[in-house]
Ligand binder design. Sequence first.
Ligand code: NAD
Length: 332
Amino acid sequence: MKILVLNEKDMRAVLTMEEAINADKDALSIYSAGESNIPLRANLDVPEHNGQSLYMYGYAAKANALGVKIVSTYPDNIDKGIPSVPATMVLLNSETGETSSFMDGTYLTRVRTGAVAGLATDYLARKDSKIFAVIGTGGQAPGQIEAVLTVRPGIELVKVYDLNTERAKDMAAQMTELFKGRFAAKFEAVTTSADAVKDADIITTITVAKDPVFDGKLVKKGAHINGVGSYTPQLSEIDEYIITHADKIYMDTPDALEESGDFIKPINKGIFSADRITGELGEVINGKIKGRESDDEITFFETTGSAVLDIVTAQRIYEKAVEQGVGQFIEL
Ligand SMILES: NC(=O)c1ccc[n+]([C@@H]2O[C@H](COP(=O)([O-])OP(=O)(O)OC[C@H]3O[C@@H](n4cnc5c(N)ncnc54)[C@H](O)[C@@H]3O)[C@@H](O)[C@H]2O)c1
């Protein structure tokens, strides 16, 4: 069996952000049409080593995509000088069941997560959006920024906010350098989340916060918000005001209702219920439900991630790598 091994550099070389957004578009379209098989993520505790290992797996026939992403959380790894959230994607050939590729699961997560918020922004944000606010400047932030600028190249200003102001300043400087000549936007670090969101047309939250990261009453009419960081019931980023007042609310998959504190906390308080959710982004893509209908609406998209995004994006990367002769084959 020949397996193609792809590291981050290889993956970056073969898949552009536009292509990643298209892969996520196909993934969510297939998912919402009921044409994929995505079982619940399997979680294994490894208490002897203070670890947890998660297996996100699925099959999407239309995209020839079959595989599992293995993501582990080992907080003590920091003391050993190795990543605390190691991740690997194992892709299979859906015709033979043989493993076709091993790839860097951390980079895959970054690119598919940025891409899905970019996709939501493309469908839901106003076309004339000029100001983009990013709250949270950790590992996921660059992919989030690239994806939104890819679908809205007319953005003039990206406001960057993090609890750690130094990190926000570094991110603004890094993004200025990285996107010089590619996007016209200026990057500015701000010191409060109010400063970040008050004039923003698009807002993305990508933090590890347990409580809302901005005042929802400051959000202007017509804004679009992506909630990306809250993927457990304990984590939440989005102000209840937005959850209860947004004109339209979308999610990547209904798992968000079981997993995201952004929904679960207001549901438990009795101030929100699932019937307030407009639907899945894939249903908008498939023309089954409406997206934005006026320039005044506030739209909100929540993503907790899904294996369907991983397997479809990974298969796309693999096909392009084979075509372009990128990566290294190993023989098992
Ligand atoms: N939706 C998905 O599919 C998906 C995929 C990957 C990661 N995530 C989640 O996204 C989150 C961010 O991931 P990351 O790898 O960038 O994390 P990270 O730890 O690298 O960075 C998180 C950043 O958030 C900042 N922060 C925390 N609280 C804040 C607050 N109240 N206001 C402003 N900034 C605040 C921190 O200072 C830090 O810079 C995590 O919760 C992660 O699990 C979601």
